[in-house]
Ligand binder design. Sequence first.
Ligand code: CTP
Ligand code: MG
Length: 231
Amino acid sequence: PTIGIVIPAAGRGTRAGQGCQKAYRRIGGDTVLNRVLKLFRSWNTNCPIVIVHHGDDTSLLEASIDRDSNVYTTTGGVERQASVLQGLRFLCSLPKSPSHVFIHDAARPFASHRLLNDVLESLIEQPSTGVIPAIAVSDTLKKSDSNGLIKATVPRDGLFRAQTPQAFILQTILHLHEMAATSTSSYTDDASLLEEAGLPVRIVQGDSQNIKLTYSYDFKEGERLLLANSP
Ligand code: CTP
Ligand code: MG
């Protein structure tokens, strides 16, 4: 397969607070978004990379990344889903558009080459099957009512926490996103669209370090990870 990368980075980072959108915050001296860019560029030297950003962030974006000639930027939408669609459309419009796409949240700068290789390997084995990294749930799961009273313990067998990058045939995921944009359903990841269409999606072992920077606390955890991994 030939690979393109779509990086949704157009969110507002409301839960992280701090005033500055999280993709442009620095962690260990580099911006979150540039870490993601370097992760993919050091893995695949010339695949097209499309960054989807918020229209208000253009100058912040330019100040935050080291661009090369195969890094593109386009503006996103109000929901993640709309941003991903814009990125996929852009990737498809390139003269040499790739066969497959990795969709990876800007908010996960600690993904590893091991993880990208595992996703790619699974994709090569079965090119028409979507692939996502995920981690089996290890906590005991409780379901509660709105007063915080437990109603049930949910069996955790077969339950996973989904991560990105998620990989798909570009034309398939673009088509499903185009369809989803005309409906009222909303999705928090891209694999959900294949699942709903009855198309197969395979899980590969996720990485516990591949955390999503969501809350302020996650940035502290990220700093700790960088320190622990530095030579
Ligand atoms: N995202 C996007 N466009 C949106 C919303 C989200 O491209 N309209 C991106 C975010 O930039 C992030 C990823 O999707 O890289 C995952 O979203 P999330 O972690 O929820 O980030 P935010 O939406 O920015 O944060 P919050 O929900 O706290 O506002
Ligand atoms: Mg969000």
